[in-house]
Design a protein around this ligand. Structure first.
Ligand SMILES: *[C@@H]1O[C@H](CO)[C@@H](O)[C@H](O)[C@H]1NC(C)=O
Ligand SMILES: *[C@@H]1O[C@H](CO)[C@@H](O)[C@H](O)[C@H]1NC(C)=O
Ligand SMILES: *[C@@H]1O[C@H](CO)[C@@H](O)[C@H](O)[C@H]1NC(C)=O
Ligand SMILES: *[C@@H]1O[C@H](CO)[C@@H](O)[C@H](O)[C@H]1NC(C)=O
Length: 618
């Protein structure tokens, strides 16, 4: 009875997948680099097992194992297949589709030493996604151990490669996943579609292991704001009539939201209810600003309330919620009443987002990881997923976790990535990124460097003196600093006043005293200092630097008034002198006149002197 119900659900889902939406095949690029006749880019479909190299590339030489071309049996070591054609490149095995499941082909190829597997489709059709078998089998442990990437290529491309190989040509290809995921910005959005049913076989195991392994990285990325994660839960719709409901025990809300009963005989309704609880826990923790707490709940719940151990129950869920100190009342309010004949807004939203929109396909595989809206293909391995997330950041915006040695190789370590560098000052334009490297003029100590990043980077003009002082001399002594970097942003170096450039392109002090450049007046006493000189004057005189001379302190203090007085006095003296001269001249003239008259009346002996003297008392 239970098995039949499961089948019903899957059939419904399969039909719905066809009628409502689409399953999107995620692709990457296979670039043929030789032979010339095959050169070009081709699309190939990423297999949903093994580890695709999201954000990266892989180069290899193609080998076709003729005697075991479908790779369903163990393959001879690729070294033996290569025989006399040793090559430096890794081997990519070209194998035919059919006969056995895809994972078996990949496993055999990996064991033979191949670095990747290219499966050739057996018919002409649009590319499909190679998936792992759904049904659990005894010996399916190996699927988890597949680490090589796998792609499906079209029949026609495969035929051409086989032809070239049989003509003894070397077929070299590059698998390129650099644009397999969109990487528009500095934040990666990712979703994980899952179910609380952990007993469905290898896929459920991989879901469980992923949640456990990835929790640490997920929480760090979330707390630092680099990612925005949302968990999602697939629910099915009951196709039975509501009166005689064959799915009564598989559904809640009167047949609206269902899940198949589990292998361990838990009811589908219990699974849906736990899914709803987890969806609500995410919403409640997200509202409180700590969405990463969801990871704590799901990993604790899986450990403490394991289905396999028969501990899966509402009561156990309650204990986990309590021990994590979560708001139980809010969670229950969010879940609503599962028995009412009404839609549940949370599950309704989940059902809505299951259907593919825009570039995204329908969610038809559980578990499914979506990164920036694109379905991740491959093994849910912690490092592989982290790499895929790292490939989702716009280059240079990735968090440091993406640049660690176990995540990528630092291309700046090899020849500085071909970028500009100033070895002496340890400044480089090379910036390691997850996808490779970029050559970008850096900002050093707040100074923007400008240039193409490959051949030239220069500190922007206005701030060139702030880096290594623009390459110019500078020195500080006794609290005084001098620099030869021109502050006006002009090129080159120029020694400041008081210094001169020497042979080593440094500036040295000029001895102004010795060179008789200043302080040379007789009263001056010159003392050279670093970057200048000191001049003092003897006898209490004062040194005036502008005139480079010593003057009296007195005359400086009285200066102007004294001058005016001097002028006035001088003028007065002049006037007085002029008057005296005039008077003297008049007297002289009068004397000579009188003498002339007197001489006309009496003879004179030339004794005019005493007279003149006597008249000199005016
Ligand atoms: C896949 O194919 C191999 C070989 O045919 C078979 O042994 C195995 O059971 C199949 N299924 C799984 C899950 O590997
Ligand atoms: C989680 O919170 C963010 C920001 O508060 C919001 O934008 C986002 O829609 C929330 N997600 C869900 C599923 O509620
Ligand atoms: C150069 O700079 C880098 C980072 O800026 C630093 O890690 C490194 O130690 C520096 N090397 C030298 C020789 O100063
Ligand atoms: C010259 O100046 C230096 C530093 O200011 C001082 O130590 C020294 O005594 C001075 N010499 C004379 C002769 O004034």
């Amino acid at each position: 009875m239970m098995m039949r119900s499961v089948v019903l659900m899957l059939v419904w889902w399969f039909l719905c997948g066809i009628c409502l939406g689409k399953f999107l095949v995620e692709k990457n690029i296979l670039k043929v680099t030789s032979p010339e006749s095959l050169k070009g880019k081709n699309e190939c479909a990423i297999g949903n097992f093994g580890i695709p190299r999201y954000g990266g590339t892989m180069a290899g030489t193609v080998v076709y194992p003729r005697d075991n071309s479908d790779a369903c049996k163990a393959i001879k070591k690729v070294k033996e297949i290569m025989e006399k054609k040793p090559g430096g490149l890794p081997i990519f095995l070209l194998v035919d589709r059919g006969e056995c499941n895809f994972t078996m082909k990949a496993w055999n190829s990996q064991n033979a030493g191949a670095a990747a597997i290219l499966v050739v489709d057996y018919k002409t059709e649009p590319l499909i996604t190679m998936d792992q078998p759904d049904e659990a089998s005894e010996n399916d442990d190996y699927i988890d151990k597949i680490t090589i990437p796998s792609v499906l290529i079209s029949k026609s491309l495969g035929e051409k490669m086989k032809k070239a190989l049989s003509d003894e040509e070397i077929v070299s290809v590059v698998l390129d996943w650099t644009d397999a995921l969109p990487n528009p910005d500095e934040r990666v959005e990712y979703e994980f579609w899952m179910s609380s049913d952990t007993t469905c076989g290898p896929k459920c195991d991989s879901q469980m292991n992923f949640l456990k392994d990835f929790k640490g990285s997920a929480q760090i990325l979330e707390k630092t704001g680099y990612t925005s994660f949302t968990p999602h839960y697939i629910t099915l719709y009951c196709s039975g009539s509501k009166t005689s409901n064959p799915c009564a025990t598989q559904c809640i809300n009167k047949g609206r939201y269902c899940a198949p009963d589990t292998v361990d005989e838990y009811l589908g309704a219990e699974v849906v209810l736990e899914n709803l609880r987890q969806a609500c826990i995410f919403r409640v923790t997200n509202e409180s600003g700590k969405p990463w707490l969801w990871w704590d709940y799901v990993t604790d719940f899986t450990r403490r309330c394991s289905m396999q151990e028969g501990k899966f129950s509402k009561a156990c869920a309650g204990q986990v919620i309590d021990s994590l100190g979560m708001a139980k009342d809010k969670i229950e309010k969010c879940m609503g009443d599962p028995n009412v004949d009404e839609e549940n807004p949370i599950l309704q939203a989940e059902q809505g987002s299951q259907i593919g929109k825009g570039p995204r396909g329908d969610i038809t595989m559980l578990p499914t990881l979506l990164i920036n809206g694109v379905q991740y293909r491959g093994k849910l391995d912690r490092v592989a997923v982290l790499k895929a997330i790292c490939a989702g950041f716009r280059e240079t915006t990735e968090p440091s976790i993406c640049l660690r040695a176990d995540m990528e190789t630092n291309e700046c370590l090899d020849k500085n990535g071909g970028c500009w560098e100033d070895k002496a000052n340890n400044i480089t334009a090379c910036r390691d990124t997850f996808r490779g490297r970029v050559c970008e003029c850096p900002v050093v100590q707040g100074v923007q460097f400008l240039g193409d990043g490959y051949t030239e980077c220069k500190p922007s003009k206005s701030s060139r003196c702030r880096i290594n002082n623009g390459g110019c001399w500078h020195e500080s002594r006794d609290g005084k600093s001098y620099s030869a970097c021109p502050e006006d942003g002009s090129e080159g170096c120029k020694c400041p006043p008081g210094f001169k450039m020497n042979a080593e392109n440094s500036c040295e002090d000029v001895d102004e005293c010795e060179q008789k450049l200043a302080c040379q007046c007789p009263e001056c006493k010159c003392n050279d200092t670093w970057g200048g000189y000191e001049c003092s004057c003897s006898q209490g005189l004062l040194y005036i630097k502008d005139q480079d001379t010593c003057i009296s302190r007195k005359s400086v203090t009285k200066s102007n008034a004294g001058l005016v007085w001097l002028l006035v006095l001088g003028l007065a003296a002049l006037v007085a002198g002029g008057y005296l001269l005039y008077k003297y001249r008049i007297r002289r003239y009068m004397d000579s006149e009188i003498r002339g008259i007197m001489a006309q009346y009496m003879p004179l002996d030339g004794h005019a002197e005493p007279l003149i003297h006597s008249s000199g008392d005016i």
